[in-house]
Design a binder for this molecule. Sequence first.
Ligand SMILES: C[S@@+](CC[C@H](N)C(=O)[O-])C[C@H]1O[C@@H](n2cnc3c(N)ncnc32)[C@H](O)[C@@H]1O
Length: 233
Amino acid sequence: MESAAYIRRRDAIQTYFDRTALDAWKRLVSTEKVSGVRARVRAGRDAMRATILDRFPNDLSGWRILDAGCGAGPLAIELGHRGAHVLGVDLSPEMVGHANEALPAIRNGGSVRLVAGDMLAASLGDFDAVVAMDSLIHYPHDEAHEAIASLARRTSRKMVFTLAPSTALLETLRAVGKLFPRGDRAPLIQPVAIDRLIGEVLTRPQMAEWARGTSTRVSRPFYISQAVELVRS
Ligand SMILES: C[S@@+](CC[C@H](N)C(=O)[O-])C[C@H]1O[C@@H](n2cnc3c(N)ncnc32)[C@H](O)[C@@H]1O
């Protein structure tokens, strides 16, 4: 069951991405030229997207993948082009509406469907894989723990998600502070002790079939995030 704290935080995140930060995010994920901090954040995000994609085969025909917290859908689209059937879900109906208007034709037999909602909703169904790029970074230790365990229940092969390493706190705050006007700051990014968190998740009896895969940190000026891979045997 979702905790009251999770529901409060989820509502704040939705308001932020649906209203406050919508235009900034649209620019960030567009092909529009950006400069300064935005360009550096975009470069860091591109590197992280490539890192996550590296954890998947080039041919994803037949895979069903959930992009949890898909935003404008850049990762979902790349996975779709590899032949996967991707469901992207995001709290922000505005972001999803924008993404659906800009959705390209998906190549290689894949498909991408983007919907508004909570990534933890069981009604989304079951998947071969789950990806979550920079969406779990908004949840503190206990809520991230519950979210990872909840996503694992619906996943048969692997999960690749990012977390904000606790050492990144200062840099991350700096980046977010410069990216958006004062007063429009993100619902705070929640740095966590990643090794400890993943160790705790893996001790749950329901996680007995899961093991750590590759973990890669992308550390760039104004962008620090760590990709964690968990694999089901
Ligand atoms: C930093 S953005 C990243 C978006 C996208 N993954 C990307 O990399 O471009 C974080 C996104 O996670 C979404 N998000 C956070 N918590 C969520 C939840 N519980 N369910 C669905 N989406 C969520 C937010 O609405 C936001 O669009």
